[in-house]
Design a protein around this ligand. Sequence first.
Ligand code: 0X9
Ligand code: ZN
Length: 421
Amino acid sequence: MTMKLLTVLVFLVVCFAYYGFCEKLSYSGYKIIRTYPENEEQWEAVRSWEERGVDLFSGNREYANLLVPPQLLGKLNESMIENGIRTSVEVEDVKRIIDMEKVNEDKIVEGRLEWDRYYTLADVHQFLEDQAAIHNTIASTFVVGMTYEGRNMTAIRISKSGETRPAIWIDANIHAREWITGAVCTYIIDQLLNSNETEIQSWLDDYDFYILPITNPDGYEFTHTTDRFWRKSRSHNGSPVNCMGTDLNRNFDFHWMENGGASSNPCSNTFAGTAPFSDSEAASVRDFLTSISSRLVFYLSLHSAGQYILFPTGFDATPIPQYNTYMSIGNLAAEAHGVRHGTNFTAGSVYNLMYTATGSSMDWTWSALGANLTLTYELRDKGEFGHLLPPDQIYPSATEFMDGLKVIIAELSNGIPDVDP
Ligand code: 0X9
Ligand code: ZN
């Protein structure tokens, strides 16, 4: 009897310490609460809940969605009332929405995906291998680097030129739980290789593409097996209480850990890592981008959610020298994204539209490599489902994304000035 109890206890301890061994978290009783901070003080009050185990799920300085465990709902509510912060319930039953998500269970045949469901890491990698095999004269896969847990960061290159033309890099799922981003990314690859639209095909005559759909494979796998809301890498970072993972989008060397744009607490979802590029995933992206930097004209990073077209920087309010150029490209793209379904995208700098965020991949690429154009997207939606975007929104998200991408690549081809005219 005592032996049995001991076994259960040991299991529970191990389970809490490294919950990779546990069953999938159900998120039963969790709600997503939207808060509306109206000033810096209230924003800080909302952010302080991060340290108490509440996930700052999505949003910006004006509205912040919090993923709240049942045992903290009462306390959080009280504190919001005390601080005069308005709230609303965005998702009543998080578990119900997780249960609605459809993950593919069929075998991938000849690299065909359906954009009505989400795919596992193995499926996405299979898609890349199959597509590269089918289009072997212009496409091939390559490994950007290895993850902490030893997985491949598999990417695809599409080049008709023998890799001599201006280069476009696209990545997605730096943040593991942002499933829509990897899905849209595979659609971009599909369109480049399989669409018969002349405009899309003409891009392949002008540019070489390097596309990494799952930048954080360990985290992505973890969202499928254990914790749907995992965001970071899965590295051990020296936390005495066994918190794991680095926010890879805080681990790049651009104003690293300055200005409150990241956290030094390994338990935080915006933990910046133990040093710039301390995590192998970020370092591998850095090394690959550096290797093509003389040709790199466009860096594009896909995130969700919020429907933002973001440009540098996340450090402070100082406008970059190409601010007006970026703003006008962003506005043109936003218009195009809205044509099909009326989806409303907003363009602006990370700092202005979202919050202070330092050490991001985009800002580093912009500052260190001087790529002509660097954008980060926050794809659908604006909070209704957040990271649990229903599968029937994948195809609309992907097609409306392509509409704006056409505008952006047309602008890129016209030339991006280093400084606003
Ligand atoms: O906080 C982030 O890393 C991004 N938002 S998300 O909700 N997907 O986590 C925004 C990052 C914007 N990038 C820069 N700081 N440049
Ligand atoms: Zn993200």
